[in-house]
Ligand binder design. Sequence first.
Ligand SMILES: Cc1cc2nc3c(=O)[nH]c(=O)nc-3n(C[C@H](O)[C@H](O)[C@H](O)COP(=O)(O)OP(=O)(O)OC[C@H]3O[C@@H](n4cnc5c(N)ncnc54)[C@H](O)[C@@H]3O)c2cc1C
Length: 221
Amino acid sequence: MSDKTFEKTNLNRVKRMPDRGKYDAETIYPIIDESLICHVGFVDHGRAIVIPTILARDGDKLLLHGSSKSRMMMHIAAGNEISITVTHLDGLVLARSSMHHSMNYRSAVIFGTGTIIDESEAKMRALGIFTDKLIPGRWDDARKPNPIEEKATMICEIDIESASAKIRTGPPGDDDEDYALDVWAGILPMRQIFGDLIEDPLLKDGVQVPKYLEDYKNSRQ
Ligand SMILES: Cc1cc2nc3c(=O)[nH]c(=O)nc-3n(C[C@H](O)[C@H](O)[C@H](O)COP(=O)(O)OP(=O)(O)OC[C@H]3O[C@@H](n4cnc5c(N)ncnc54)[C@H](O)[C@@H]3O)c2cc1C
């Protein structure tokens, strides 16, 4: 894990509840790694656009991929600034007063610019990182992209110029006088889990569920 800490600037400084703000890679990178998706924000012709997409990390760089014709990918490839957000919802925070209801969460906001990975070997390596991010072990098992598929896919690596995390944990914070109320208060925890595998109706007879997939499924149930 990187020992990097991002400088606090006007761009990434958490202003409301600043004690919840974190700027070190050791906090921010696991938030990124645990999420399969992110939202990419950019300005196109003066309009703010936010697009959901898959995210992977390669050391201190983030990887985004998409069709070579995707507006988002072309925008990044042109060297424009983007912002990426990742959010994990960990629980609903039920206070005695409606005002103090909240959520427990871990979120990250990242700022950077990207460059296209064009060289074939580097591109294949990045596609491998992507595939294994979805399901560890899948890249070695699945058929690799052929030259036409490789050409149709654009991969960009994003240099993280600035980043922040914001984390809320713990019970609700009610007003002193409200602790005497007969209203239940506490946390309703939330987490994402995998369901049971659903076999493709066209699956060839005799193909078994691989162990890496069974293990991955069981890791989040
Ligand atoms: C699940 C969830 C629910 C939320 N619900 C609400 C809500 O209902 N209303 C509300 O006002 N806020 C909500 N927030 C908090 C919200 O994300 C902002 O933190 C908040 O609007 C205050 O921003 P600010 O004015 O301090 O900073 P801004 O001026 O908006 O941002 C300054 C910089 O602070 C950093 N930053 C701000 N927020 C975050 C964050 N969440 N994660 C990482 N970095 C961040 C970024 O680098 C940003 O560029 C929620 C957050 C989460 C994750």
